[in-house]
Design a protein around this ligand. Structure first.
Ligand SMILES: NC(=O)c1ccc[n+]([C@@H]2O[C@H](COP(=O)([O-])OP(=O)(O)OC[C@H]3O[C@@H](n4cnc5c(N)ncnc54)[C@H](O)[C@@H]3O)[C@@H](O)[C@H]2O)c1
Ligand SMILES: [Zn+2]
Length: 359
């Protein structure tokens, strides 16, 4: 078992990573997180795989439990779903002493966290992430929210959970493509902050792909530690937290230009390579460092190139409307070497053209 503290002053909380902790959750809740009712929020897939089981365990423990679900998929991460869940919560009689259990991937975590932040002006919630992406990324940092027609994640709140419980065992049912999707963010953590971790990902490839318990626990721990350190230093994303956007500026534009047919992590992988190529052209990064990044991404079957059929001008137009722009400038995170990045808003059109047209 590994326990990590996220230091956010009075709202500090712990992330527990433990093989098999899912089966112990009802006992943990009863002992450490008393509440009048526990409401599990999960998408339909996760509700079937794990939600019903958790509900059964809550009831066996003598706790009042409910399960609210919604149809899986990013398309349902919207205000309509939140409104339906809020009505469901009210009908079940959830009050200020109740607790929401956000069970599932990043979509469930973002929706359930946002619901918890607004329901009765805020009730406590616990994150129980079940995708690799949610375990290493979305469940850490306190960003919650939903998409609106004008853009992804445009409507939400910073709201920290009471605790995060991560059971690597639940990844056993995750489709491989979703696992690799999460690996892109894991590799990002190595490149932005930790060369040893990057080398660990390269050397432990077999164990990581085989979901070997000790290796996977270590991987999730280090990724959560890196994200938690960065977030604790800058909760509201004004400065250092922006390094987590490595690969995301061009990545988001590629994702949007593909009408979201390219999964987020795969788009981020393409974005990381593009940012690294800009760094190489500036002699900020050495060729052998870029080669090491390319080789690790390829090892995990993650793409390096923008698919040839994608419209370059569309990608450029998305880059110009990037929501993370500050005062009209798009900021880029560029690697100096594996383990260190810099942030700049001084990337020229020529540099963008060069990487978009790279082949
Ligand atoms: N809040 C943040 O800081 C933050 C950070 C990164 C991403 N996100 C958000 O996270 C979302 C993406 O998260 P995601 O990739 O986890 O997507 P997701 O929640 O849609 O999960 C992917 C799919 O896997 C299924 N699934 C989940 N756990 C499973 C399991 N153990 N076994 C089998 N199937 C399982 C789900 O039903 C879903 O169909 C996006 O909406 C993104 O905006 C948020
Ligand atoms: Zn991401």
């Amino acid at each position: 078992m590994s326990v990590l503290s996220v230091g956010l002053g009075q709202r500090s909380y712990q992330i527990t990573i433990e093989h098999g902790c899912f089966e112990r959750l009802a006992g943990i809740l009863a002992a450490d997180y008393p509440a009048s009712r526990y409401c599990i929020v999960a998408d339909d897939t996760v509700a079937r795989l794990y939600g019903r089981r958790l509900l059964q365990m809550l009831r066996e423990q003598g706790l009042a439990g409910d399960l609210l679900s919604f149809v899986h998929g990013e398309a349902n991460k919207n205000l309509t779903t939140v409104a339906a869940l809020a009505s469901g919560a009210a009908r079940l009689g959830l009050d200020r002493k109740s607790m929401i259990l956000a069970l599932g991937g990043g979509v469930s975590g973002d929706i359930a966290g946002f619901l918890a932040s607004c329901y009765m002006r805020g009730i406590p919630f616990i994150q129980i992430p079940t995708t690799l992406l949610a375990q290493v990324d979305s469940s850490v940092g306190g960003k919650t929210g939903v998409d609106i027609p004008e853009g992804k994640n445009l409507f939400g709140a910073f709201y920290q959970p009471l605790a995060v419980y991560i059971d690597p065992l639940v990844l056993g049912s995750l489709p491989q493509v979703q696992y690799l999707n999460g690996m892109a963010e894991v590799i990002k953590h190595g490149i932005i902050r930790d060369e040893n971790y990057f080398n660990f990902l390269r050397d432990e490839f077999k164990a990581i792909m085989a979901l070997e318990p000790a290796t996977l626990t270590q991987l999730i721990y280090v990724s959560c530690r890196i994200k938690a350190e960065v977030v604790a230093a800058d909760e509201q994303e004004s400065s250092v937290r922006r390094i987590l956007n490595f690969g995301h500026t061009i990545g988001h534009s590629v994702e949007a230009a593909s009408s979201f047919s390219i999964l987020h992590g795969f788009a981020v992988s393409i974005g990381m390579v593009a940012a690294a190529r800009i760094a190489l052209m500036r002699s900020l990064l050495e060729q052998e460092q870029l080669d090491a990044m390319l080789s690790l991404l390829r090892q995990y079957q993650l793409p390096a190139e923008i698919p040839s059929e994608l419209d370059r001008s569309l990608i450029k137009s998305y880059l110009l409307t990037d929501k993370k722009r500050i005062s009209g400038k798009t900021s880029y995170v560029l690697p100096k070497r594996v383990g260190e990045v810099v942030i700049t808003d001084q990337v020229s059109r020529e540099e963008i053209e060069a990487v978009l047209n790279y082949h």
